[in-house]
Design a protein around this ligand. Structure first.
Ligand code: GLU
Length: 357
């Protein structure tokens, strides 16, 4: 039995005219019901609120991007979740709506609260359907897209598998429409894809292949198997889990040495960092070595920003390169005071340090 997070994009769930694509949605629901019958636990991260709302109303005046996102998602999310509720209801599956935003992940207590909520839902056999709370999110604090959100959810729920369903079969060596392009079936841990990823996006969603690839790589490094596949292909989801060889996809093979859950949280928290700790070359080298090393004040050369104990900080090396992200055990004021001194408490303990190598 696996815990599977399925992320499905707006392009799979909505028709060209912006109305919900009920055929694709019910095909997806059928497949999730089958996976649950097979004994798997499923979490669904579903986009489509904005797209569904857009098809439902003609605003009385020209709206800016924030206002239109708020208006459309307020209408579309209800339609989306109602449809899911009916479709899953036919299988006797109870769904729960989780609307979240970036702020809910930026402190350990917020993160643990979200995690506990998902855990309770799963324990009770409820299928969580997650989306960003688009009516409340501040533009500058939004998730890049639901791919980023699905990565956070997969890491947070200790998922074994993340399936990202979009409108292409996976990652190609060039633009999928070009004749010479080939689908990349497997991406090994550490394999360089920078020459391949086509930074294009299509249709309604916010994401593109570039972000999908970045998220997939990160999750695979953390021990989660990530599949990218085409959500409109009949039976794709069940096939991926039961007989993956028979369906086109890109698999990011999980790294064998998975991270602890605390480190997973930190790895996903870089964008929430409250401050920067600059370190000298010796400290940078020690942090990046194979030995477990805490960041000590003696190696710190500068403190930027203000943070409290427990906040996330970014650690930069002498050439401003990012060395690590960590959860500080000293505040910015305490770090500034102890900077350069020996025999002090660590700024970031090894157990709370996620290095870039
Ligand atoms: N949260 C947005 C929606 O439901 C989708 C964001 C995305 O495209 O990734 O419409």
């Amino acid at each position: 039995m696996s815990r599977i997070v399925v992320k499905v994009g707006s392009n799979v769930l909505t028709r060209r005219d912006g109305k919900p694509d009920v055929t694709n949605m019910s095909a997806l629901v059928d497949q999730i019901a089958t996976l649950r019958e097979d004994g798997h636990e499923v979490v669904l991260v579903s986009s489509g609120a904005v797209a569904c709302g857009r098809g439902a109303i003609n605003p009385s005046r020209q709206l800016d991007s924030v206002a239109s996102r708020q208006l459309y998602s307020s209408i579309g999310q209800i339609r989306l979740i109602n449809l899911y509720s009916q479709l899953f209801g036919a299988y006797g599956i109870v769904i729960g709506q989780v609307l979240t935003q970036k702020e809910n992940f930026d402190s350990r207590s917020g993160y643990l609260n979200q995690r506990a909520c998902m855990q309770t839902m799963l324990e009770n056999g409820v299928l969580p359907i997650v989306n960003e709370n688009d009516t409340a999110s501040l533009t500058e604090l939004m998730f890049t897209d639901n791919d980023e959100l699905s990565g956070l959810i997969a890491a947070m729920t200790d998922a074994d598998i993340l399936v990202i369903l979009s409108n292409v079969d996976g990652i190609y060596t060039g633009a999928p429409s070009e004749p010479g392009s080939r689908l990349i079936g497997r991406v090994a841990p550490g394999e360089d894809l920078s020459g391949y990823v086509v930074a294009s996006k299509s249709g309604f969603g916010r994401g593109g292949m570039g972000t999908k690839c970045g998220i997939a790589r990160k999750l695979a490094d953390e021990g989660v198997a990530v599949y990218i596949a085409c959500g409109t292909r009949p039976g794709v989801l069940v096939d991926l889990i039961r007989r993956p060889a028979e369906v086109p996809h890109t698999l990011f093979v999980p790294a064998p040495d998975a991270l602890s859950t605390v480190k997973r949280w930190i790895a996903h928290s870089a964008s929430f960092a409250k401050g920067v700790v600059r370190v000298d070359a010796k400290a940078a080298e020690a942090l990046l070595s194979d030995r477990p090393t805490s960041l000590l004040p003696v190696g710190v050369t500068a403190v930027e920003g203000e943070w409290e104990e427990g906040d996330i900080v970014t650690i930069l090396g002498p050439s401003a390169e990012r060395v690590a992200v960590g959860r500080a055990s000293l505040s910015s004021a305490e770090t500034a005071e102890a900077m350069g001194l020996r025999g002090q408490r660590p700024v970031v303990h090894y157990d709370y340090l996620y290095t870039e190598n």
